[in-house]
Write a protein that binds this ligand. Sequence first.
Ligand SMILES: [Zn+2]
Length: 236
Amino acid sequence: MKDQIDILVSLQEIEIESSSVKTHLCSISKRLDLLSSSQNELKQRITDETAKIEELRKLYRSHESDIKQNQVMIKRSQERLNSIKNNREYQALLKEIEELKRTNSATEESMIDYLNQIDDAEKKTAAMHEELQFVENDILQEQQVVGVETEAAGKRLKELDQERQKMSGKIEADVLKLFQKVQSQQVRGNAVVPVQDAVCHGCYVNIPPQMYNELQRCDKLRMCPNCQRIIYWKQI
Ligand SMILES: [Zn+2]
């Protein structure tokens, strides 16, 4: 029975390593996912900011053409002033010219405001482009690392699988069946655990003294009465 227990311990070690390799694979692909989602987010923010700049430029141009039109009207009105004899009409036209000038100066102020906003947005976009460049460089580097690590992990998993098959061939059918059954019942943790100084290393509860004595004989498979894992005696 001692050799069967040793095989079970080896099988358990294979399972532990397999699952840590798989967890590592999962974590490296998550690292890439994280980078790629910040890349997408930055691209979206750049698109939004560029659209905003375009909109501000359109507004700026439309204000510019309003001012030009008003200037033409002001010029025409000023020319007409010379030919007007009626005082009331003259005053009305003067008022109209003043109104147009006031409108133009308000429009000019808005244009300055748009220019400032465009300037800010352009600076923001440039900074985001720079950040995007960094993220894209990181992605390239990370892709290489992930490639290498994935290949190594895949190779190791294959080796572990071969070892598992080899071990499974040496184990008695009912022992293997019990191992698989206990393993399927463990949501977390191992199916085969050592007992050291009467403490089960699956649940960290003491096993009864009588059972601890029997366990040291290594003559049959025993289960922890508390966590139902397969236990074996391990000297401290
Ligand atoms: Zn236990």
